[in-house]
Design a protein around this ligand. Sequence first.
Ligand code: SAM
Ligand code: SF4
Length: 332
Amino acid sequence: MSDLPVMQDGFGRRVEYLRISVTDKCNLRCVYCMPLEGLPWLRREELLSYEEITDIVRVMAAMGLRRLRITGGEPLVRRDLPDLVCQLAGVDGIEDIALSTNAVLLDEQAEALRAAGVRRINVSIDSLDETRMDAIARRPGTLRRVLAGMEAAERVGFEPIKVNVVLMRGHNDDEIAEFAALTRERPWHVRFIELMPTGSNLDLSADAYVPAAEALERVRELGDLEPADGPAGNGPARYFRFPGAPGSVGVITPMSHNYCASCNRMRLTADGQLRPCLFGSQQTNLRDPLRAGADLRPFIEETLRIKPERHFLVQGSDRGSGGLVALSQTGG
Ligand code: SAM
Ligand code: SF4
C-alpha cells in the first residue's frame, strides 16, 4: 500500500486535481461565456502572483494533489505563462500539467509552454466556419488564429490534443458531423459539451441547449461508433470512436447526466479563492491567509469538508450557479 498522502472530501471522494485560473480576462467574448462589454476585471493586486500560486500548489501537493490544469479567462493573455509552468513543474508530487486555451495566442507560445512542462492541451473551437466562429467568439479573425495555434500544438508535440465544442442549437449543431469526421483524419479528441446556464447567458442557454445524446445520434449517422477509453486526463467525458480512427469523439454532460459522484477536483480562482465546486457559492479565501503568512492546510481541509455532493444547476435559471456570471470567473 502506498503511504502517499491523499485528499478526501466529506463524501469520500479523492481529490487530486486542481484547475488553476491565472486570469479572469480574455481576448474573446464567446456568446455563452462572457458578456460583450466584458466583466469588472480584478485589480492587479487582487491577482495571485506566480509565486503565490506555486506556494498554494506546494501546500496542496504535500496533502495529495497530483495534477494541474491551467485555465482562465484566457491563460495565454497573462504575461510569461511558461515561467509559472516551470515553477509548478518543480513542485514535488505534481505529475501532470495541462492547459485549456482558446488557442488564439498559441502559435507564438506553444514551444515555450511545451518546453516549460505542459504536456496536454485542450483547445476550444465552436465552429469550423470562419464567419460563424467570429460571430460566436465576437472577435474578427479568430478561426484562422485558432487553427494556426492547433498546428503549432501538433508541431511541438502536445499529446493528446482535445478539442472542446460547446453545443448550441442554431449556432453550430449542424456542424456536429463535420467535427466528428475530423477524428477520422487526425489524432484529435473532439468533445461535445452541453451548454451550462450562468448569469450572463440565461436566454441563450435556455434557447440553444442541445443534449449530448442528440449530438451522438448525429455522429452515428456517419458510421458505427465503438466505446473508447479516451485520451489520458482527469475529465468526466465519455468517449467513442469510429473503428480504426486515430481520434475519438467524447461527450461532456453536466446537464443531462452529471458526474458529480466521481468528482476529483477543486478550483483556484485568479484572486486566490479555492472553490470546491464549479457552481454554488462555497469558496475559501486562500490569498489573504497566504499573504499574512498563515498555515494554509486548515483552510484547504475546510474546503474539502464543504465540497458539495453535487451541483444544482437548472436549465434556464441561474439558481444553483451561486451567482456565477460567467465560467471565465472560475476557469470552467
Ligand atoms: N479560455 C479558455 C478556453 O476557452 O478554453 C479557458 C477557459 S474556458 C472558461 C474553459 C471551457 O469552458 C471552454 O471549453 C469553454 O468552451 C467552456 N465554457 C465556458 N462557458 C461555458 C458554458 N456556459 N457552458 C459550457 N461550457 C462553457
Ligand atoms: Fe474566453 Fe474561453 Fe470564455 Fe471564450 S470560453 S470567452 S475563450 S474564457
